[in-house]
Design a protein around this ligand. Structure first.
Ligand SMILES: Cc1cc2nc3c(=O)[nH]c(=O)nc-3n(C[C@H](O)[C@H](O)[C@H](O)COP(=O)(O)OP(=O)(O)OC[C@H]3O[C@@H](n4cnc5c(N)ncnc54)[C@H](O)[C@@H]3O)c2cc1C
Length: 399
């Protein structure tokens, strides 16, 4: 339909998904990635049905993904200190939402996606530093001195996005008041763990542990604590004394302590998010994923929302020559939905971290109720970004 070029900045989860779908639809796309290879050591993601459905239905990746991911058997909530089971749901998840809920090493996911894209058009070691935009086309400038021209630039360069800073003119990251330690633990080190096939939240005053199984048998954990605001460091990830993260969890359940002490933890991640923007585009540039709406990971939705964005943007761009109108429709379809998920993500931590007392008891009653998934999660996981109209979606509440 057109020989115009789309440049995607960032070969993360959103950028690769967008590039695969654009190419599948016959559009000309090049991806520019800052790093030398597509891997992030020690990181994993849990992908929910609102995203995995596209990998299976559109990209036909089930055969490649199923040996690499672990489908979670249930979603469980526990008391972090006595280990009491508060609620266990979603044993019919795939049947219910039509696609899996699965944990996967992030590097493996990126490799499968890069394989689906094919070798063509993926440029590594290309860190974007600037964009010269004359309104009709854009010239991307890279750190190595190279340039590339495009008719449309999609900034999919993550939570610390350069493209967002170029669009806004400043850095608007906001510290969420929570920080996290994380690790990947082999199953042999988890003898105390009940229900290892489930994705589980262990809740307590001011902190929670989230963990889930990964393909190959490992478990990913993510230990979140309230930490004083503002974040006292320039960097988002800081070195910590080994085992300093254990202090606060001395009186937590043995399964929690065993998991979070099974591997050395030497870093702490400050969790930042970004305020919602009124527009995601300026000139030839449009944002996607964390660059457009970085959110805290307490609902496990950052990657999933990037995938939803990518599918919607590709759908809007394909089949029309009017890319400005396509981008406006994309923003209209995505801004409200991602705002709601951003807000739910930050308030989820507040709910998980309630102090002991009446409100924590009421939360536990809600999470133990058989309708908890319908009420609090179906609006996220049951959403079909390519079909559903966001304002009408769900009607669920935020936890
Ligand atoms: C500790 C932690 C745990 C998380 N767990 C989950 C989870 O379980 N489920 C979930 O859905 N989400 C989770 N998230 C969030 C998720 O990882 C992100 O939301 C998601 O990766 C965003 O996808 P993206 O494509 O927008 O950006 P990214 O996947 O971050 O990709 C951005 C890419 O852009 C590249 N890049 C950056 N700057 C430049 C530049 N200047 N030029 C060129 N390339 C550049 C980067 O190298 C990277 O490859 C978690 C996040 C954190 C921090």
């Amino acid at each position: 339909m057109t020989s115009r070029r789309i440049a995607v900045v960032g070969a993360g989860i959103g950028g690769l998904t967008l590039a695969i779908e654009l190419r599948r639809r016959g559009l000309d796309v090049e991806v520019y990635e800052a790093t030398e290879e597509l891997r992030e050591v020690g990181a994993a993601v849990a992908l929910s049905a609102n995203a995995t459905r596209f990998f299976l239905e559109r990209f036909g990746l089930e055969e490649r993904l199923s040996p690499r991911w672990a489908e979670v058997e249930a979603l469980a909530f526990r008391d972090g200190r006595d280990g009491r089971l508060i609620g266990r749901h979603g044993t019919d998840y795939r049947e219910r939402f039509g696609a899996p809920y699965a944990g996967i090493h992030r590097a493996e996911l990126q490799q499968v996606l890069a394989g689906a894209l094919g070798g063509e058009g993926l440029h590594l070691r290309k860190r974007l530093v600037g964009i010269d935009d004359d309104g009709a086309s854009a010239v991307l400038r890279f750190e190595d001195g190279g340039t590339a021209e495009a008719d449309l630039v999609v900034g999919a360069d993550g939570a610390r996005s350069t493209t967002r800073r170029l669009l806004l003119g400043y850095d608007d990251a906001v510290y969420s008041g929570t920080s996290a330690s994380r690790g990947i633990v082999p199953p042999r080190a988890l003898s105390e763990l009940p229900d290892p096939g489930a994705i589980q939240f262990w809740m307590g005053p001011g902190a929670h542990l989230l963990h889930y199984p990964l393909g190959g048998g490992d478990h990913n954990f993510f230990l979140v604590e309230r930490s004083p605001a503002p974040w006292p460091h320039e960097r988002w990830v800081v070195p910590v004394e080994p085992d300093s993260h254990l202090e606060r969890f001395r009186d937590w359940h043995p399964a929690v302590r065993q998991m979070v002490s099974a591997v050395p933890v030497t870093q702490r991640w400050a969790l930042f998010h970004r305020p919602p923007l009124g527009r995601w585009s300026r000139g030839r540039l449009t944002l996607l994923g964390d660059a457009a709406h970085a959110l805290v990971p307490h609902h496990g939705q950052g990657a999933n929302q990037s995938i939803e964005d990518a599918i919607v943007l590709a759908d809007q761009l394909a089949g029309t020559d009017d890319w400005d109108a396509a981008r406006e429709r994309y923003e209209r379809l995505r801004r409200g939905r991602t705002r709601k998920v951003q807000h739910a993500s930050i308030t989820t931590a507040d709910v998980l971290h309630l102090p002991d007392g009446r409100r924590a008891d009421e939360r536990n009653a809600r999470l133990g109720h058989p309708g908890a998934v319908d009420r609090h999660l179906a609006w996220i996981h049951g959403f079909r970004a390519d079909v559903d109209v966001p304002d009408e979606a769900g009607g669920g509440t935020w936890l």
